[in-house]
Design a protein around this ligand. Structure first.
Ligand SMILES: [Zn+2]
Length: 391
């Protein structure tokens, strides 16, 4: 499995759950007016949408549309895929741009793709994070838990900016559970914006580079080595550590029943030649399932624990930290935690903050051997030889 696939699987498996966790706190909200000095925050390119249907960009003031050899100004514009032949830039004029009625900071680029269009939001990292953090963690949590999340999310963003620009990618991150959830201005909250601003420029470094700062909802008692989840990964800062602070999570312990029929139904999607199942064996390391061996009438299928988990709906197998017991034609799983268990445990961060630890202590607990560094303007450019400017 490629590294990128591993990353996508991770996010699919974990951030989706986090999205659900946080979605209740992301209702309508009127953002306070944020005054960014801007100079210290680089910009990030977020894929908001890829569509083959029309969409509307509007604002409360005229918007400026350029890129196809002409410049037009109007209050709103409808874009059709067959009309986009070159990259179009859409810029605001003092009021946010809205994509299909949802307001975003920064500006948009509309890029033609095969029979479709990419809508990319070019926005300062800290403005982006002001929406990401409350979408990934409840905004009512302790300030140091929010700050820990802000630094983790900023580091994750920097990591992907560097890697994707070096690769020549069209954008740095998308706006979904595949990257970090981002829904624009409507989701911003004062407490999380404050956490972003209070930690401005701060990122986690290992060996002088931003780390791949995974996070998850609840580890269930101890976090996981990344190699236990994604076999090709072995990052020196993603090691299993004792948590002991996430006991208040409702997902600290869980139980689920998997019938053999259900296992056959989900596993056979990617293994269509599979016969009726005879046995299911879980192999573990450090109490987490690393491999699943399914003996069936025509042979044996061995799947990584992570891939097995992702074959089921996200709410079915909440983590790989479980034991199992046979019960008739079913397996009962007794588990701990929610998500992949790698890196920062969000509920643990909250527990540590409640116990008096500050965000730096929290981050140094979950990411081993890392340094927290305050970066300044130009830091990313120096790493990637690429620059984007927000006007
Ligand atoms: Zn934990």
């Amino acid at each position: 499995m490629s590294f990128r696939t591993s990353v996508k699987n991770l996010i699919n498996g974990a951030l989706f759950l986090i999205l659900i966790l946080a979605s209740g706190s992301c209702a309508s909200f009127i953002a306070r007016n944020i005054h960014w000095d801007g100079a210290d925050s680089p910009v990030v390119r977020i894929l908001l949408l890829t569509t083959n249907s029309s969409f509307t960009v509007s604002s409360n003031r005229v918007i400026r549309i350029s890129g196809d050899g002409s410049v037009t100004e109007k209050m709103s514009a409808v874009f059709l895929p067959e009309e986009i032949r070159t990259t179009i830039r859409v810029e605001p004029n003092g009021k946010p741009l809205m994509l299909n009625g949802i307001p975003y900071r920064g500006y948009f680029e509309i890029v033609p793709a095969q029979n479709a269009m990419h809508i990319i939001n070019i926005v300062r990292v800290d403005e982006y994070l002001s929406s990401v953090v409350p979408c990934e963690i409840p905004s009512g949590w302790e300030p140091d838990a929010l700050k820990a999340q802000a630094v983790a999310a900023r580091t994750y963003t920097y990591y992907h900016i560097i890697h994707n620009r070096k690769r020549g990618s069209l954008y740095d991150l998308d706006a979904t559970v595949n990257s970090q959830v981002y829904r624009g201005i409507n989701d911003e909250r004062p407490s999380t914006t404050e956490a972003v601003m209070d930690t401005r420029g701060e990122i986690l470094l290992y060996d002088g580079m931003p780390i791949l700062s995974y996070f998850h909802s609840t580890c269930g008692g101890k976090t996981s080595d990344d190699a236990q989840v994604w076999k090709n990964n072995q990052l020196p800062y993603l090691n299993s550590v004792k948590c002991g602070y996430c006991g208040e999570s409702t997902k600290y312990s869980w139980e689920t029943v998997l019938s053999i029929d259900e296992i056959a139904r989900h596993v056979s999607v990617q293994n269509p030649g599979m016969g009726p199942i005879r046995t299911v064996t879980f192999r573990r390391k450090n109490d987490r399932v690393t491999d699943v061996s399914i003996k069936h009438t025509r042979g044996t299928i061995t799947i990584s624990g992570n891939n097995f988990r992702l074959m089921f709906p996200p709410e079915k197998i909440l983590s790989l930290y479980f034991t199992s017991k046979k019960s008739g034609s079913s397996l009962v799983l007794y588990g701990h935690g929610w998500g992949h268990g790698v890196g920062l445990c969000q509920w643990g961060a909250r527990g540590m903050a409640r116990s008096g630890f500050n965000y730096r202590e929290i981050l140094n607990h979950y990411y081993t051997q890392v340094k927290i560094k305050h970066t300044r303007s130009g830091y990313l450019a120096s790493k990637i030889n690429a620059s984007y400017t927000v006007q």
